[in-house]
Design a protein around this ligand. Structure first.
Ligand code: SF4
Ligand code: SF4
Ligand code: SF4
Ligand code: FES
Length: 951
């Protein structure tokens, strides 16, 4: 979808009201919802009133005095942006007097503004320039002789945008954007009158302030004061294409603004239903990786991983991979090969990879990275509610009274949704945080959690049981809801279990480390505070009892009737852009698309008829099983699309040993990632900017991904899978991803109404989208649960086997940071590394002092699985006894120390609990030394191949 670059700004935000107000603007009758500003009412009638300080993404401020109007029966010239409409109002926006006033106002602005329009980076896209034209300003009577701000110093500290105060008109849009939209409050207007100026932090450079580089202020600025450096370098865009961010599960919609085939900037799309025009530093600015010099754009093969790579044609690479897979299957059996789909790829690509495995390999050995993040979500929500997905849309949070955040760090992991949530909290909603660490949300400007249950890692189920116990035994359950909507027998059993004294906050206090009174108070607030919504993340799922905890969360929501309407629900904050989609598309070894078991004959028959092959009725191997089988010798070849299991999966040494043991590792990716260093065939992938498809975000929202530039390798990822399938002897005659989606819709009941045409029409669609829900389903389980009656399930707390001991006295837990994204393959190749250029070990001052560790010291972190070395960061964010790190840099080796423990139901690794010892060291670990040597060798082998054509 090509759109114009400029987007219509209606001046002030839309109001929602059932009461409509009729008025007249310049003789035109207008009817708008009560509370609408006169400025917006005029704009909706097609009348543009000049404005500078107003924009429709921010509440009106009324400072520039440009939008003045005359209203019959009222004295003076009120600002139309701050004046609400009234019934019968008669407004005049264009009179001689108003024109004089506006020209006078503009004259003052321009007299303190550099007149370098022709060379200004905003030329052609500047509201000040537009307004000078709109008011008919022809001359400026005041020269530059008096005092002015023209020599004010530029701040270029932020890698993505500049701040040039000489061009600032002090309209305060940036300050309000930082407050209202982003919720960071990094900007203020310093001083008053002529002296007033925008200031970041305590009059600091942007990079030194609290600014998180979300870009909201840049977006709001009507002049070139805050300006993207990419626009300064490349000039204004010529056209734009609406597409979807390829980073996190929020799924923000963006306008990719282009000049020819070059991306000038990513602008958050106002009509994007997941983000409503907001963005974070990753989606907004961190797109440079897509054209980074490290991109590999020519296919390569080699016999052994110690051989140099050889660049070959697509045909040769694909035929080589196919013949190797066929050879392996002939020698070791049909089940000796498999594939891994990616949550970073599109639905269509993921669908094709699982189809290739099932139809062309003839087995079910397909799995996805959701195995290591949200597989317990799928299991737990399906078992209790009947559908493996979150229950709400993001907009739902606007109706929430109590937000319960468990094991998630939204301001870092899901920043745009976090801003939304913070706005609701500033409006008065209450917050409960359950997290071992003091995440930012616990206390941010104008937001403070009512309760922070700072539990010991690994005791989630004990906490959820204690919360439920309190609600049941204090008579706070919504028995009417339960009686009407849930299975009575299962509820009775569960109620008896949860009421037992051993599940009380008091009995579990010693285990969780959370005072019983605090747990009880939080439970009362959740049960009685109005609409209560649960948002959770990997701190819930990546545990040995991950699935149990998801079940416990669903139990809690059903118990209090907090499900099935706006403002409530159970909301997994999905990590990667398409982790929901990867699961929906049948990436798991036991499920065909739409979460239908491979053993179900009717489902298999449907796919067999459509795909023209016989399908295996036995579930295939999960990733950990594939790796074990590789070491045992029965699994010999793998096709990995867009995943980096050598960095992201637990037990790095085990993963790399398994990869080394295989005879054919085919990696399809943008870069020579950690897994590709063990590969025999490298197929260059395409970035999200180079292909068409769809992503499905954490709200089940299917959003279009649109090709904005040609693929650097000449192929889109789906085309590569098609080529491989055909070389394996299985035709996949698709001409465009829309045909793949049509097939998905034909075969998947929750997708039957989805098509590219409907996505173009609606912008995005939340599944289920079918005959019953033709435009999608924002909120699920409204009248009944997908499985009919909701099912309470017993959640016995079983402590993890990973216990601390004298040898390993601390618990290591892991998480993410705002500026980096997962394995960091993309963000490490952008300026985002200026915020976070290495993984650090957070340690409490008392634990650090005991060990003689200071911030910046190198620490050895030893677990039962392995050892690595990181620099220390001493902080009270973590509690005594707990250490924490991020996992964005491969050389950190976070997964060298994580153990093989995993969720009992899904094998999701227990990343969040590893018993460790920490001590000061002076050199890298043995693993890190081996890693560096191996990486250098692999880099040399790559460079040898690239020299003739790509160096
Ligand atoms: S920086 Fe831009 S948005 Fe902020 S006050 Fe100045 S002109 Fe207005
Ligand atoms: S980039 Fe975002 S956080 Fe930084 S000052 Fe602007 S609005 Fe605030
Ligand atoms: S919040 Fe997520 S989807 Fe939105 S811009 Fe940031 S990374 Fe992209
Ligand atoms: S736009 Fe109304 S006062 Fe500035």
């Amino acid at each position: 979808m090509i759109s114009t670059v400029r987007w219509k700004d209606l001046g002030t935000p839309a109001r929602v009201s059932e009461r409509m107000v009729d008025l007249e603007v310049d003789g035109i009758a207008v009817s708008v919802p009560e509370g609408t500003s006169v400025l917006r009412a005029a704009a909706e009638a097609g009348i543009s009133i000049p404005k500078l300080c107003a924009t429709d993404s921010l509440e009106a401020f009324g400072s520039c005095r440009l939008c003045l109007v005359e209203i019959e029966g009222r004295k003076g010239y009120p600002a139309s942006c701050t004046t609400p409409v009234a019934a019968g109002m008669v407004v005049h926006t264009q009179t001689r007097k108003l024109a004089d006033i506006r020209r006078g106002v503009m004259e003052l602005y321009i007299s303190d503004h550099p007149l370098d329009c022709l060379t200004c980076s905003a030329n052609g896209n500047c509201e000040l320039q537009d307004m000078a034209g709109a008011v008919g300003l022809r001359e400026v009577r005041y020269g530059y002789d008096g005092e002015n701000h023209l020599d004010a110093k530029k701040d270029t500290s932020n890698p993505y945008f500049t701040f040039d105060p000489a061009k600032c008109i002090v309209c305060s849009r940036c300050v309000r954007a930082c407050e209202e939209t982003q919720g960071t409050f990094a900007l203020t207007i310093d001083s008053r009158g002529f002296e007033s100026k925008v200031s970041a932090g305590m009059n600091e450079a942007f990079m030194d302030s609290e600014c998180v580089s979300c870009g909201a202020c840049v977006q709001a600025c009507p002049t070139a004061t805050l300006m993207e450096k990419s626009v300064i370098d490349l000039g204004q865009a010529e056209h734009s294409v609406i597409t979807t961010c390829a980073y996190c599960g929020v799924g923000c919609s963006f306008r990719a603004e282009m000049k020819g085939n070059e991306l000038v900037r990513m602008v958050p799309h106002k009509d994007g239903k997941a983000n409503h025009g907001h963005s974070c530093v990753k989606g907004r600015f961190a797109f440079g990786y897509a054209t980074h010099k490290d991109r590999i754009t020519t296919p390569m093969i080699r016999d052994k991983i110690t051989d140099p790579w050889k660049q070959v044609s697509w045909e040769e690479a694909i035929n080589h991979a196919a013949s190797e897979f066929k050879r392996i299957q002939a020698k070791y059996g049909r089940g000796a090969v498999g594939g891994i789909t990616s949550s970073r790829c599109t639905n269509e690509e993921t669908y094709l990879v699982q189809k290739l495995v099932r139809a062309a390999f003839g087995n079910n050995n397909v799995d996805t990275c959701a195995r290591v993040c949200h597989s317990p979500t799928g299991y737990g929500l399906k078992a209790t509610l009947g559908e493996s997905a979150g229950t709400q849309d993001f907009d739902s949070v606007d109706k929430t009274d109590v937000v319960l955040v468990i094991g998630a760090n939204p301001t870092d992991g899901h920043p745009v949704f976090a801003s939304r949530m913070k706005r609701r909290l500033r409006e008065g909603a209450k917050l409960i945080v359950v997290d071992p660490r003091t995440i930012d949300l616990v206390r941010t400007p104008h937001v403070a959690a009512s309760h922070h249950l700072k539990l010991r890692p690994g005791t989630n189920v004990a906490i959820i049981n204690a919360l439920a116990h309190t609600i049941v035994t204090e008579g706070l359950a919504n028995e009417a809801f339960v009686a009407e909507r849930c299975e009575a027998k299962e509820y009775a059993k569960w109620k008896a279990f949860i009421s037992e004294a051993r599940n009380s906050p008091e009995a579990l206090e010693a285990e969780t480390g959370v005072p019983a009174a605090e747990v009880r108070a939080a439970a009362r607030l959740y049960a009685t505070g109005g609409n209560a919504a649960i948002y959770y993340g990997l701190g819930v799922t990546e545990h040995s009892q991950g699935s149990t905890m998801v079940i416990g969360i669903a139990n809690l929501a059903m118990l209090t009737g907090n499900i099935g309407r706006e403002g409530v629900g159970v909301n997994p904050l999905r990590g990667q852009n398409n982790v929901q989609g990867a699961c929906d598309m049948g990436s798991f070894p036991h499920e065909l698309p739409g979460y239908r078991h491979v053993s179900d004959t009717a489902t298999r028959t449907l796919f067999e008829q459509n795909w023209g092959v016989k399908l295996d009725s036995e579930p295939g191997l999960r990733i950990p099983n594939m790796l074990d089988a590789a070491i045992d010798g029965s699994f010999r070849g793998i096709y990995v699309e867009g995943e980096d299991i050598a960095q992201s999966d637990p037990g790095t040494q085990h993963v790399t040993a398994a990869l080394e043991a295989m005879e054919c590792v085919v990696v399809q990716d943008l870069f020579l990632n950690e897994t590709a260093k063990y590969a025999h065939v490298f197929l260059p992938g395409s970035s999200f900017l180079e292909k068409n498809g769809t992503f499905t975000n954490a709200e089940r929202r299917i959003s279009p991904v649109r090709k904005v530039m040609p693929s650097l390798s000449g192929k889109e990822d789906w085309e590569i899978t098609v080529m491989l399938a055909e070389a394996l002897g299985y035709p996949m005659p698709y001409k465009h991803p829309s045909e793949i989606m049509d097939e998905i819709a034909r075969l998947t009941p929750t997708f039957t109404g989805v098509s590219y045409a409907k996505l173009d029409e609606l912008g995005s669609i939340q599944w289920p989208c079918n005959e019953q829900h033709p435009v999608g389903t924002p909120v699920m389980h409204i009248d009944e649960f997908v499985r009919g009656k909701g099912r309470f399930m017993i959640t016995e707390y079983v402590p993890t086997e990973e216990r601390t001991s004298r040898k390993y006295p601390l618990i290591l837990t892991t998480g993410r940071i705002l500026s980096q994204y997962n394995v960091g393959a993309q963000t490490r190749r952008t300026y985002n590394s200026m915020w976070h250029d290495e993984d650090r070990l957070e340690i409490h001052p008392s634990d650090a002092e005991l060990r003689g560790i200071k911030t910046g010291d190198w620490c050895g972190i030893r677990s039962r699985a392995g050892e690595t070395v990181l620099r220390a960061l001493i902080t009270e964010r973590v509690q005594p006894g707990v250490v924490y790190t991020t996992f964005h840099f491969p050389e950190s080796g976070a997964n060298v120390i994580t153990t093989e423990n995993s969720d009992w139901a899904t094998n999701c690794p227990e990343y969040k609990v590893t018993a460790v010892q920490v001590e000061p060291v002076t050199q890298p670990s043995e693993w890190q030394k081996r890693f560096r040597t191996f990486t250098e060798q692999q880099q040399e082998l790559l460079e040898e191949a690239r020299e003739p054509t790509q160096a």
